[in-house]
Design a protein. Structure first.
Length: 215
């Protein structure tokens, strides 16, 4: 009887060479080996790494045990389309574009806060704040304390006890009524203005508690 014995690599899906060829075609940055005998998966991992190193190709292969966690970090490119009033401005390279980022159906748009109701179903509102604080000191001392925060603080007009104040929409407006010994702060609320208003209030309280300016 003539008999010939041959060995054929058997795998449920692919053998090593087929798997290696497939991985080289895809060139993924990460590869996770699951659903296999531990030692065979380790041999597969070592073989693929060795083949990639010979061709100066990079790949990170994970061979976790059951219930082990594998953490991968992906850095995708996100693009946002500038629409509305912001798109009408002629910006140059390096200019900072400030607006509200809107995500809808995996698409991103940057809009001016004034255009929020145009491109979304959301509505916007403005919050104006007013705070009064007692101050019985002099005007030079008040200006001196405020100039520690901003050196362009000036007095536009002195309030009378019956006067009313009108808030500005750019920064903080401070009005002083010497007869009533009171300072009135008006500002449009936002994170920056709120922080600056706290600093102005602290400067007024400091001037009240320290009647002589520091030299």
């Amino acid at each position: 009887m003539r008999l010939q014995v041959g060995y054929i690599s058997f795998s449920a899906h692919t053998d090593f060479q087929q798997t290696l060829t497939f991985v080289k075609q895809l060139k993924p940055p990460h590869m996770i080996l699951v659903h296999g005998e531990m030692h065979e998966m380790s041999r597969l991992k070592a073989g693929i790494l060795r083949s990639f190193e010979e061709e100066n190709m990079s790949i990170e292969i994970h061979n976790p045990r059951n219930t082990d966690t594998v953490r991968l970090q992906f850095q995708g490119v996100r693009k946002a389309k500038v629409v509305g009033a912001l798109a009408l401005k002629s910006n140059k390279i390096g200019d900072v574009v400030s607006g509200i980022l809107i995500r809808r159906n995996f698409n991103y748009q940057i809009v001016d806060p004034k255009d929020l109701t145009v491109f979304t179903d959301l509505s916007s509102s403005r919050l104006s704040q007013r705070q009064s604080v007692y101050y019985s000191g002099s005007l030079p001392l008040l200006l001196y304390s405020l100039n520690q925060l901003n050196d362009d603080a000036i007095l536009t007009a002195e309030l009378k006890p019956t006067d009313t104040t009108t808030p500005t929409h750019r920064a903080i407006q401070l009005q002083w009524c010497s007869l009533a010994s009171i300072c009135v702060l008006d500002w449009e609320s936002n994170p920056v203005n709120d922080m600056y208003a706290d600093a102005v209030l602290a400067a007024i309280l400091h001037a009240q508690a320290n009647p002589i300016p520091e030299k």
